[in-house]
Each structure stands twice: as C-alpha cells, then as structure tokens.
Design a protein around this ligand. Sequence first.
Ligand code: ZN
Length: 233
Amino acid sequence: MAADRSRADSLRWMAQGTVIFFGALAELPDDLLDQPAALDGWSGKHLLAHVAANADALVNLAHWARTGEERPMYSSPAQRDADIEAGATRPAAELRAWAAQAAETLDARLAELDEQQWTHAVRTAQGRTVPAEEIPWMRAREVMVHAVDLGAGVEFDDLPADFLAALIDDITAKRSGAAGPALALTATDHGRMWTVSGDGDPAPVTGTLAGLAAYLSGRRPGDGQWPELPRWL
Ligand code: ZN
C-alpha cells in the first residue's frame, strides 16, 4: 500500500497541500465559511475546525513517535466530533488562526523526528498501527482533499498528479479490504491501472487521475455510469 511513496514524497505533498489549502481558505470570505460545505451536514467552519483539530491530533502522534509515550490522535470518536461541533461555533478569525497555528506546530514537531523515531509505531484514529512516516501522508491527504471541499475554486485537477496517483493507490487498497463493488480503473492521463476487489465482475471505470481520485474519494457521484460507492474513511 505504501509501496511507492517515500517519506520525502509525503512531506513534499503535505507542504504543497498546506499551501493549496490555506491559499483556498484565504480566498473564502468569512460569511461563506458559515455556508454548507461539500461534506455531510458540515459548514465551512466545521471543515476548518476539523482540519485544525487534525493537525493537533497528528501533533499527538508526532509526540508519541518522539517520546514513546502513547498519545492518541483523539481521546474518542465522540470527543473528536464534539470538538468539531464546538469549533464550528467559534468566530471565523479564531478558527483561521487555530488552523494556521496548528499546521505550523505540526511542521515543527515533525522536523524534530530523527531517523529512528520516524519508524516508531503509532495508531491512527481508525485504529491502524502505522509507522510515524505515515503522519505526513495522512496530513497531505487531509489538506489536499479538504482544499477541494472548501469550495473556493480548487478542484482535483489542481492537485499534483503524483499525489493523485498515490491517493488512488491508498484508496483502492482500503476499498479492496472493505465492502463494495469490484472495480477496474484506468487513468487516461497516466498509463496506470488499478483494481478494487469486491462484489461482482469488476466494473470498468476510465477517467483522468483527477476524475478517478474524485470518484474514489466520494467527491463525485457515479452518475449511473460508474457504481455508487460506500463511504471512504
Ligand atoms: Zn478529514
């Protein structure tokens, strides 16, 4: 699953994604943050609170990797959701400042890790045990995909192609281990194919890297052309 991406790739994508996310956020006026976002029942403020809290949560994992002292991302799924709800009631300026500060702190904490600490096992909010090297990948995924969700004009087409290919690697691997339809995916602009194991004969899905990533991440409906997918993450 992590086969083709290096730590350097993930750190680069995290940095690029952070620039893309905060660039999009800067374009979004405060009053639009109160509007519904592209995600189930969330406003832009919920999304921003989630992205800020995600950086704080990954700082916890960086601490765990550096010291060996177990520090989970969130104390519980209910606490995670409650913190997003509470965050969404805060003034926009506070939320913007929290998100920016949390992203900076995460950068600083990751920069402190030495070669050995990067290999230390930590646990994700989904309960997977992964090496600390997954932290920048987890963050890259959040800032890149949620930059699109902000609705400020960033589309999957605007994300780096090598990141999109790595995202498709990640999602197809996860979807292959979960319930859902079997898929045979072909990228028209990348010379790559992916499969998702699942129910039935594999449904052929052909599109650009950006189109496949949007579809697989649940950001683009199948429109009767491609099978509808269960939730990812
Ligand atoms: Zn997220």
